[in-house]
Design a protein around this ligand. Sequence first.
Ligand SMILES: NC(=O)c1ccc[n+]([C@@H]2O[C@H](COP(=O)([O-])OP(=O)(O)OC[C@H]3O[C@@H](n4cnc5c(N)ncnc54)[C@H](O)[C@@H]3O)[C@@H](O)[C@H]2O)c1
Length: 249
Amino acid sequence: MAQSVLLTGAAGRVGEAILGGLADDYEWRLLDRDPPTEDYPGEFVVADITEDETIREAMEGIDVVLHLAGDPRKTAPWDSVLTNNIDGTQTVFEAAVDAGVEKVAFASSNHAVGHYETDERTPEMYRADDDYLLDGTEQPRPGNLYGVSKVAGEALGRYYHDEYGISVVNVRIGNLTENHPPIDYERGQAMWLSYRDCAHLFDRCIQADYDYEIVYGISDNDRKYYSIERAKEVLGYEPQDNSAAHNDD
Ligand SMILES: NC(=O)c1ccc[n+]([C@@H]2O[C@H](COP(=O)([O-])OP(=O)(O)OC[C@H]3O[C@@H](n4cnc5c(N)ncnc54)[C@H](O)[C@@H]3O)[C@@H](O)[C@H]2O)c1
């Protein structure tokens, strides 16, 4: 029988990419505080992730959670990331553990390490001949309060894994765009994640066996300063796209 997957933030862009690739592959329970505007597979729960009781109900019978819901703005103010990204993520982990969920994949962000991009290194680090790489073992260095909230989400995952044994993978997503990488934006090209690689990566987060992991969620771009080796090794991630292939478009 197909695994039951709860997708929070299902009405957003990352949710769209995941469902675009995997709609028929799992028993989906979708959750968002915004109702859906398009057709969707499975059941749709309209709820806020800070609503403890509703989130507990939404976890019933779930094998894997893909937790995307949150404020994705790099300029998001503290009160919003505190509520949506930190408090909401704690509510999701607590309910997941109590419901016996096996795995949680958490949508972290490149902004968890944004302050590695110091003035001295940019823009060379966005270019293919610079071998500078972050691989997920480095200390977090958030570049804004949104990034701080993602580091907090990763720490919540660490705690719930160590305390209760739930499997957790944090995907530090780069720059997701549909069809084409960002144009005239080297940083965005270096951390581009295509829709199909996004769907495949989260598919691997559902399927693979892991304990606690931090991986980077980008395509196999020529220009990259995030390593995808850990995602390949632990998750079996095999990206098909490369922003450099679009240079002449
Ligand atoms: N898109 C990217 O390139 C990117 C990059 C790095 C990280 N991320 C992370 O991936 C996740 C999804 O991002 P996205 O681009 O799809 O954003 P989005 O804004 O398109 O989608 C987020 C969804 O979460 C929902 N949501 C927000 N707060 C909620 C709450 N308290 N309760 C219930 N639902 C709530 C929103 O209604 C929205 O539908 C976010 O956590 C974001 O930080 C995205």
